[in-house]
Design a protein around this ligand. Structure first.
Ligand code: PLP
Length: 281
């Protein structure tokens, strides 16, 4: 691991020297939130939307935002500038801070703020050309999935399930309805219509969710947000994933079933191209 500079509570330090106290509520309770922002050619992609979500996450769990937008941009820029890679993935984490262990919020605590960056790892050329396989699983996570919480055990177990099956993602269903994958949103295409689950408490609204809506509008792809059954997913013409690091990625197999024609479909191709164009602006 390269000893890159990270930001922790007011100072830039080599990651090997960045330490937090054991009573940090992030460590003790998973009491915090995070954000992941892709960076292309040293410029954050959709930074306004990512910072707005960071602010929403903080508000959702009652942590006072420790910085205004300009301060956040300056801090992120310091970490980004210190890294040699042009294309990066910035990780921001804010926890409620350090306090004597008790579940309810402490009277006084200063949020812990951590920012690091790494080179972005995008899907391989093979994954782009051939699409990827996924497995399915019952969604057993809590009911506040709209919060980008660092309490990620449910997502960790879903990701491990994918890893043990040698596939890219685990697509989750709650009571037979599609929710999302362990760290991506999931989309289906049927008869030329792109569909995604509604943005309620059962999924994290990815920054790509709004972007995909915009790209659909710009390219005249009909878009529908609605509940999607398991059967609709398995019989879709196309299925795709979206996330900061996957961008959009075609799914050609779920469990032992082939999706559509078993190759990345035309709507995926169109969205992928549109996504690359949006990045280049
Ligand atoms: C559970 C979950 N859903 C969806 C997403 C996609 O969000 P975004 O497009 O902002 O990367 C992520 C991203 O990590 C995620 O963890």
């Amino acid at each position: 691991m390269s000893d890159s500079l990270v930001y922790l509570n007011g100072a830039l330090t080599p990651i090997s020297e960045a330490k937090i106290p054991v009573l940090d509520r992030g460590f003790i309770f998973g009491d915090g939130i995070y954000e992941v922002i892709p960076v292309y050619a040293r410029k954050m992609f959709r930074s306004d939307q990512h910072l707005a979500r960071l602010f929403r996450s903080l508000a959702a769990i009652g942590i006072t935002n420790p910085h205004n937008k300009e301060e956040w941009l300056t801090l992120i820029d310091q970490v980004m500038s210190a890294h040699e890679a042009d294309d990066q993935m910035v990780y921001i984490q804010v926890t409620r801070g350090v306090a004597k262990r008790a579940h309810a919020f402490p009277q006084e605590a200063t949020p812990t703020v951590f920012i690091m960056t790494n080179p972005i790892v995008l899907p391989t050329a093979k994954a782009r050309e051939q699409g990827v396989a996924c497995v399915s699983m019952e969604d057993k996570r809590w009911l506040r999935c709209e919060i980008k919480s660092i309490s990620l055990l449910g997502n960790v177990l879903a990701a491990q399930n994918a890893a043990e099956n040698g596939v890219t993602e685990t697509i989750q269903f709650r009571d037979d309805y599609l929710t999302e994958a362990s760290s991506s949103n999931v989309w289906i295409v049927k008869n030329g219509i792109l569909m995604g689950p509604p943005t309620d408490n059962l999924i994290l609204e990815g920054i790509r969710y709004g972007l995909i809506q915009e790209l659909c509008a710009a390219h005249k792809i009909p878009f529908e947000a609605r509940r999607i059954t398991r059967q609709e997913v398995f019989s879709a013409d196309e299925v795709m994933l979206s996330s900061a690091t996957k961008e959009v990625l075609a799914v050609v197999q779920i469990d032992d079933q082939t999706i559509g024609k078993g190759v990345p479909g035309p709507i995926y191709q169109q969205l992928f191209k549109a996504y690359q164009e949006a990045k280049a602006v």
